[in-house]
Ligand binder design. Structure first.
Ligand SMILES: [Zn+2]
Length: 73
């Protein structure tokens, strides 16, 4: 039997270069893949929003929608 030698590392690991991006809301900087950055920007009119702020925005939107729907005074 031949023992397979774990040599010759196949350098096929695709290393995605991350870019530093700054949150439009809280100025937090994060390193993300260009793909992710583009996706987030698309969702926020070309502005990059961090995860926390995105959550807050979502929350605010659903809240204001509810507020409009249930506003009976
Ligand atoms: Zn933020």
């Amino acid at each position: 039997m031949e023992a397979l030698q774990p040599g010759s590392p196949s350098a096929a690991q695709s290393v995605v270069e991350e870019e530093l991006v700054q949150c439009y809301c809280c100025r937090l900087t994060e390193e993300c893949t260009p793909e992710y950055i583009a996706m987030v920007k698309e969702q926020h009119q070309g502005r990059w929003i961090c995860g926390l702020c995105a959550e807050a925005i979502k929350d605010e939107n659903s809240r204001s929608h509810k507020a409009l729907a249930t506003r009976r005074r």
